[in-house]
Design a protein around this ligand. Structure first.
Ligand code: RP5
Length: 176
């Protein structure tokens, strides 16, 4: 018997955890996505990363989104800068939840990407995190998967507790 109350045999019957797809509009977005990969790895969430652009490779981006559910993905994370249509374009082709990360990639400091990503018309939602909010995108993806995964939910609760203790430690050491 393990922590979630299931026998090992019963647990083996459970479907494998859904994968997270991390799609970036350009390889120039890769550095901003490192906190996303770190969080996914810390939570042992399987993921796959791709470069697909809504503008430069629209057919490949569409094909990926259309096949994502059948290919075992549970959440899509889409990161793009400038006129950032990637998250919305993927969301148009799947009913899997899509999380958008606006990337700071231009003279407008990411405000262009933020508005392009967040201002979706009714019917096709994109859950948009902060500009360069890669860590939160991974955590939100984990929270979505944790709805049906007690072990992952426990990891998220543990991470919250670690964060709480870390803040309290800083508070206790604060000198002004
Ligand atoms: C967007 O344009 C990409 O997501 C990237 O943030 C930005 C610039 O792309 P590159 O010109 O560096 O390839 O589509």
């Amino acid at each position: 018997m393990i922590a979630d109350g299931l026998s090992a045999a019963a647990r083996e019957e459970l479907p494998a955890m859904k994968k997270v797809a991390v799609i970036m509009g350009s390889d120039s977005d890769l550095p901003a996505l490192q906190p996303c990969f770190e969080q996914l790895r810390a939570l042992s969430i399987p993921f796959k990363a791709h470069v697909f652009s809504a503008h430069r490779t629209p057919d490949e981006a569409t094909a990926f989104a259309l096949a994502a559910a059948d290919n075992g993905f549970g959440v899509l994370i889409a990161a793009a800068g400038k006129a950032a249509h990637l998250a919305g374009a993927l969301a148009a082709r799947t009913v899997l939840p899509v999380i958008g990360i606006p990337i700071k990639a231009s003279t407008l400091d990411g405000l262009d990407a933020l508005l392009s990503t967040v201002q979706m018309p009714a019917g096709i939602p994109v859950a948009t995190v902060a500009i360069d909010g890669a860590a939160n995108a991974a955590i939100l993806a984990a929270q979505i998967l944790a709805v049906s995964d007690a072990e992952l939910r426990q990891k998220l609760l543990t991470a919250r507790e670690t964060m709480r203790l870390s803040v309290l430690q800083k508070d206790s050491k604060l000198v002004v």
